[in-house]
Design a protein around this ligand. Sequence first.
Ligand code: LMR
Length: 398
Amino acid sequence: MKLFNDVPLAPDDAILGVVESYKNDPRDEKVNLSIGIYSDAEGKVPVLKAVKAAEAYLFEHSGPRVYLPMQGLGSYIDCVQKLLFTEDHELYQTGRLATVQSLGGTGALKVGADFLHSIKPNSKVYVSKPTWNNHIAIFAGAGFEVEEYPYFDPKTKGVDFAAFFKKMEEIPEESIVVLHACCHNPTGADLSTEQWQQLADLFKARNLIPFLDMAYQGFSKGIREDAEAIHIFAAKEMPVFIATSFSKSFSLYSERIGALTVITSDKEEQERVTSQLKIMVRAIYSSPPSYGAQIVHYVLANDQLRAEWEAELTQMRDRIKSMRSKFVELLNSKQDKIDFSFINDQAGMFSYSGLSADQVAKMKKDYAIYTVDTGRICIAALNDQNIELAANAVVNVL
Ligand code: LMR
């Protein structure tokens, strides 16, 4: 059709495109280490026991499917705020948190980006170099100019904090800075407590706007520990944007369940901000789906299920750590060109392996091991059955 004559074929998504080619690969022995999805020791994506219990309850008590309010399920929003800050926190107690349910962490970023663009269209958005590829697409799509700030140092395999901090001293006031609250995606390199403190002081002094993406809460040190950066910024009495996702921590990827929370200065401001967030939601998808929100609410509001969920999350975290050390052992015992011990120091689901795009392509072609072009490997998808295959492939392409 003439209308579409000039429509170009879009390139594959850097992450989801790899999943598609993995699915289309006819080879029997193939391993997908691309997308950030946790699989258990048997290679299956788990349905958590706490989630199953919630589903059983919801099945028995299902009601009519009327629309949720634009901001989402009230009881879910309450749980999200308490999970982020605890019930005793002043921000919760005084109603200063503007929260809307969102379609996963991506939806939270999108609603926040649209809202920020409506109030600060001339601000620039800064993302870490490297970052999750969708950060750039979401903020550029909302109309912002997006730039990178220095973050990862390939030599030390850690954060180049001096360069990062210097950039934050130089960018214009009221710039929006996207930060990874924990388990930096893709590098697994996080800031120390002291570095977060220094950054938060600088942001406060320079009126920079932090947008903390927390897609992996519980996958580094624990639920409370992984929210440390958020608490450090919150203590500075400044506007803070937080994108929460339960895709990974509840293994609820396809339910698209997340939340955007904005810290405001008082209840009246919170009401104004929430009213605007609702308008953003209305214009994108009207109101969110309810199933994932009901599950998360049911689990978090029930002491026993919540404890069960935390225990399951701990198991996931521990299994990833054991896969990290096993992978390092295998890689280091099979070659002596590179010391892969740094993989043990990275936090979260991923390892930023240092493999080049060419090496990644060779692993796919010759060994049916799929990972992302940047060399990011999903450690959470390794298990005793596939880890040797993956390690051999890496060693053979070095
Ligand atoms: C990832 O980084 O692999 C995940 O966050 C999934 C995604 O949507 O890209």
